[in-house]
Ligand binder design. Structure first.
Ligand SMILES: Cc1cc2nc3c(=O)[nH]c(=O)nc-3n(C[C@H](O)[C@H](O)[C@H](O)COP(=O)(O)OP(=O)(O)OC[C@H]3O[C@@H](n4cnc5c(N)ncnc54)[C@H](O)[C@@H]3O)c2cc1C
Length: 439
């Protein structure tokens, strides 16, 4: 029987884990990697399967290579088709999806015996009592035995506003159907003001929407934009900044360093390689304090948008076509939301609109979701819901060398694990460790 490693999910995380496993020098001769995804496309996942070229990467092309040792891999791939493309540009996510898809299909062509792509959903994983292997049950009814399993199912999406049981009231940002009738609508409501909200606004503009956007989010602010790094001095951080002790001390350090540079951008760039370390150094109490007080500030400074997008948003605001407000949405239906705006003495207001978009980010509280695969893994203590409602606590369970998680559900334990830069390192690390466990 071949030595099978099952990878559940073929977005960036699962696909790159598979490709890194194939690159390992110590792979056994009978290795077989099976990559599962019900979407039938292997590589792009959710982030890079988008309905239009207007959805852009928020990182410059020169830094989006899929492997840690080849950060310029994506740029080189682009330049094969378009030699003059600049590494500084923000390319469409569709294009990035094609790059990932090509990496996977090249690997299958090169090694058809070692890599199998399977269009199916894994609905249950059961570890054998002696821990040596797993039985996988697929939605098609098929079963498969694997020596090791990698869980790479991406974010778990929120639908509607879960609290009030109104599933599906708001439209999904990356579904082409969500934009079909925009030219006939006058008022759009957008719940959330992060990168996805900016995506929705740019796409709606491109599709001819001429009405008004009403954006409501907890912090009431859009992300900052990427500026030319050459226009700032590089940041200097105090020694051991990654061990700040408290969330408040971290904030003070960031503010001081940002004042010295005239921007927070170089400070976040300088912190980036050690953000995971910083997070694990904080106690649970301080992680909670970080989420309560620092998170809104962190999100807009760390996750930036291309300068042209911020410009377009400012122009919409100036033209009176976009308002953004800080508040909490307690109820939502397809045409109306109940919103308590900050600074309005706790008075709730009814906001009416023609259609709304859900841009409030993924569901981090695993206890609130109905997901049979996750539930079966929790029941076997292969994973457990995180205490901070940021995903999975993969550290608080007994270590199983032949089971691993890769992807944004690890935010609970690593915090900085949503972007390609961290995911490509994690995928490489998991590839080496899961293969190590097979000998
Ligand atoms: C909208 C968006 C834009 C982003 N833009 C950038 C960017 O510009 N730059 C950057 O660095 N990062 C960006 N990111 C962050 C990061 O690159 C992505 O989050 C990353 O692609 C996540 O990949 P993933 O494989 O973990 O998850 P996903 O892409 O969500 O893939 C998970 C896959 O698992 C499959 N799956 C789920 N359940 C099962 C199951 N039971 N059985 C089989 N398959 C299953 C799903 O069908 C899906 O294809 C972006 C993220 C998002 C959401």
């Amino acid at each position: 029987m071949p030595h099978t490693i099952a990878i559940i999910g073929a977005g960036f995380s699962g696909s790159l884990t598979a490709l890194n496993i194939l690159r390992q020098p110590n792979a056994p001769d009978d290795l077989r990697v099976v990559l599962f995804d019900p979407r039938g496309t292997f590589g792009p996942g959710l982030a890079y399967t988008v309905p239009s070229h207007r959805f852009k990467l928020n990182v410059r092309a020169k830094a989006m290579g899929a492997f840690p040792q080849e950060p310029e891999g994506f740029l080189h791939w682009l330049q094969k088709g378009e030699p003059t493309v600049s590494g500084e540009s923000f390319i469409s996510r569709q294009q990035y999806g094609l790059y990932l898809q090509e990496l996977v299909s090249e690997a299958v062509q090169r090694e058809p015996q070692r890599l199998t792509l399977k269009t199916d959903e894994v609905v249950e994983v059961t570890q054998r009592p002696d821990g040596s292997s797993f039985a996988l049950l697929l939605a098609s009814g098929e079963q498969l035995e694997a020596a090791s399993v990698v869980l790479a199912i991406g974010n778990i999406l929120r639908r509607g506003v879960g609290d009030v049981g109104t599933k599906g009231a708001l439209r999904e940002p990356f579904n082409p159907q969500s934009y079909r009738d925009l030219d006939q609508l006058r008022k759009l409501f957008i719940l959330g003001s992060s990168l996805t909200a900016v995506d929705v606004i740019m796409e709606s503009e491109g599709r001819g929407f001429k009405g008004h956007y009403s954006v409501v989010s907890r912090n009431g602010r859009f992300p900052l934009s990427h500026e030319d790094p050459a226009s700032f001095p590089s940041a200097s951080l105090p020694p051991s900044w990654e061990n700040p002790g408290t969330a408040f001390a971290l904030l003070k350090t960031i503010r001081k360093a940002s004042r010295a540079c005239g921007s927070s951008q170089p400070v976040f760039d300088a912190m980036r390689p050690k953000i995971q370390q910083m997070w694990t150094n904080l106690s649970l109490t301080e992680q909670r304090a970080f989420l309560r007080h620092l998170r809104p500030f962190w999100e807009i400074h760390r996750h930036r948008i291309p300068h042209e997008h911020l410009q377009a948003i400012r122009e919409l605001q100036a033209a009176g076509r976009l308002t953004i407000r800080a508040g909490k949405v307690s109820e939502v239906s397809a045409r109306e939301a109940v919103v308590t705006l900050r600074g309005c003495g706790g008075e709730a207001e009814r906001l009416r609109f023609d259609a709304g978009f859900m841009c409030a980010g993924p569901e981090g509280d695993i206890r609130r979701i109905d997901h049979p695969l996750v539930a079966s893994l929790v029941a076997q203590q292969l994973i457990r819901p995180g205490q901070l409602a940021l995903g999975l606590d993969t550290e608080g369970v007994p270590h199983r060398p032949n089971f691993a998680v890769v992807g944004p559900l690890q935010k609970e334990v690593l915090w900085e694990i949503t972007a390609v830069r961290e995911l490509r390192e994690r995928a490489q690390h998991v590839a080496a460790s899961i293969l190590g466990s097979t000998h």
